[in-house]
Design a binder for this molecule. Structure first.
Ligand SMILES: C[S@@+](CC[C@H](N)C(=O)[O-])C[C@H]1O[C@@H](n2cnc3c(N)ncnc32)[C@H](O)[C@@H]1O
Length: 277
């Protein structure tokens, strides 16, 4: 299962005391046969390399280029979670804004937001373009952004780049400022050190009072470890790891919450709002 909504281990430790598998990965039509859950479990047992050291950008891009450009495709076969996810994001942002400004001001549209690892623009069209005048997009896979057009539906600039290359040096100083930089179901594509470097570049792109948001699956590995996913070559991190990386990047968590209403057999999803410490 890719770095999108995904099933957590079925094993309920209270009932079954054998070590749970790191993830039950429902087979997708696009899933290569080597992603068989049993094989994955065996690899986990044998592979002692740090999960993030196994990330391969070419492998990740090959996977994301092979999916259908649909909500189901970007959500790993769980399109039904999109509605509740988008509603949760709207609520989270509304609370965040009300905590820092007046009720009237918090209802005004933001000027500019950035949708990172945007895929087909599910978050842009379903959420960000409703709360911001303009939404810029970062997404390395061109075929996924083909349906989006600059200047239509609130879509601003489209950067076909990985987060590791954003912002591109050619336009440094001409990107942003953003009231909101939204990263959802994509930062697992970056190894830890690359993720920290990326996070460190973001505060200079923020408008005063702006937020960086990271909304991701959380690993609930029985030993508290991150989990490598060979299907899209990503890692699922623990809550503790996320907080450690944010701190190392010089960011503080100003609000966070677990997404309510997700199916119980999927990994929990947590949303973090970050600002410079
Ligand atoms: C699970 S989809 C999520 C898409 C979107 N954020 C959403 O929630 O609908 C993961 C996305 O991350 C993108 N991605 C893969 N590697 C990336 C990288 N290095 N930097 C940014 N995005 C990446 C994929 O192409 C894909 O569009």
């Amino acid at each position: 299962m890719p770095n999108s909504p995904k099933r957590k281990p079925e094993a309920d430790a209270a009932i079954d005391d054998s070590p749970p598998t790191t993830a039950k990965k429902p087979r997708l039509e696009t899933t290569p046969s080597h992603s068989d859950p049993d094989i994955s479990t065996n690899n986990d047992a044998l592979n002692t390399a740090a999960p993030d050291s196994q990330i391969s950008v070419p492998q990740a891009l090959a996977y994301w280029s092979s999916i259908p450009p649909t909500v189901s495709g970007v959500l790993g076969g769980f399109p039904q979670v999109s509605r509740i996810d988008l509603q949760g994001s709207r609520n989270f942002l509304a609370k965040l804004r009300r905590s820092s400004t007046s009720a009237a001001a918090s209802r005004k549209k933001l000027t500019r937001a950035l949708d990172c690892g945007a895929g087909i623009g599910r978050v842009t069209t379903g959420f960000l373009s409703k709360v911001a005048e303009t939404v810029d997009i970062v997404e390395p896979v061109n075929v996924l952004t083909d349906q989006l057009t600059q200047g239509e539906g609130g879509v601003g600039r489209i950067f076909n780049l990985g987060l590791e290359d954003f912002p591109p040096s050619a336009v440094e100083g001409e990107v942003g400022p953003y009231d909101l930089i939204w990263n959802q179901w994509c930062v697992g594509q970056l190894p830890d050190a690359t993720f920290i470097s990326y996070l460190k570049r973001l505060p200079s792109l923020l408008a005063p009072g702006g937020w960086i948001v990271v909304k991701e699956n959380l690993s609930n590995h029985y030993l508290g470890e991150d989990v490598y996913d060979e299907v899209d070559s990503s890692v699922t991190r623990t809550d503790g790891k996320f907080r450690k990386l944010f701190e190392e990047a010089g960011l503080k968590v100003v609000a966070n919450e677990v997404q309510r209403g997700m199916p119980k057999d999927l990994f929990p999803v947590r949303t973090y709002a970050l600002q410079a410490a």
